[in-house]
Design a protein around this ligand. Sequence first.
Ligand SMILES: Cc1cc2nc3c(=O)[nH]c(=O)nc-3n(C[C@H](O)[C@H](O)[C@H](O)COP(=O)(O)O)c2cc1C
Length: 332
Amino acid sequence: MTSAITPIGLLDSDQVRSVIGAATLAPSTHNTQPWRFRCTPVGLELHADPDRALPVVDADQRELLLSCGAALFNLRTAVHALGAHPATTLLPRRDVPNLLAVVRPFAVRSPDPRLVELAHAIPRRHTNRTPFQKAVVPASVVTQLRHAAEVEQAWLPRLDAVQLERLRELVNKSHHAQLADPAFVAEWRYWTGRGRDSRDGVPDYAAGAMPADDGGWILRDFGTRTSARRGRIDESDPLVVVIGSFGDTRLDQLRAGQAMQRVLLTATAAGLDASFISQPVEVPSVRDELRELLGGGLWPQIVLRLGRGRPVAWTPRRSLADVLLEPDRHGA
Ligand SMILES: Cc1cc2nc3c(=O)[nH]c(=O)nc-3n(C[C@H](O)[C@H](O)[C@H](O)COP(=O)(O)O)c2cc1C
């Protein structure tokens, strides 16, 4: 399968291999890794892999696009850190909807140190579901996170105490709505509690504390065998942020995924851990309520919890051979 990796523009084969590897370290819902890559003479293509969609929790494939957007941000950032400009075209062909982006490593330029720092954060970012320390995230870091979202054409609105309390209620409501749906539970169980030998899905050891049901933020439970030993989450207010976009088209969702990853890597570079609280954006009626809560102008795309947790292990990825498309086939 190495024949599928070819030099592209300024990048030699090893560099192409390393930037695709960086892309695959992106987060994805239930660790489905719904992406594929193809090397062409003009650039590196990112394709959605519809066989890895989640028909229950993500019926409209919005989160699939967020996940692929995150992979795209890693790809762009890794190319940039090698000293090439990643000229990127989003959704370049109407007749090939699964072709999400083409990245062309263009003329050499000196890398932006801030992006190089984010590139170094790519392998250090992990979803951290452990309880976070009771320390407040500094205002200067919150400003950096807000800026990271805005650079990628998304928005991280300020939430006041009343909005945060309402958001906590929406998390609770959507969490229980999902658990009451047998189809959701079956899909979640299928991707959960996997052993160390599985290259996708969420391993049992990546589970955090038990979800609190007593006024704290409810996290999705990914544990099976070790749940009883994990204890309950006991943290005072972590920083909880919503990333919103100005529209809700596929293009907006792909951009929101890039913004999400830029926010996550900015957090990692600042020494923060993060996890996702995506229940309220996955239940459509609750997402509408959240949109109203934000003033009606933004489409909420993802909710993140940020703070400082305990060290966590790496969640596995499929091999490069699994995610490469041969040069002559289209993944539509
Ligand atoms: C769009 C999206 C939604 C996610 N939602 C949740 C969630 O609600 N709860 C959770 O614990 N993890 C969630 N995750 C995190 C994934 O489970 C995680 O990215 C995946 O298992 C890979 O692990 P890693 O992030 O440590 O590399 C989400 C990830 C993405 C991209």
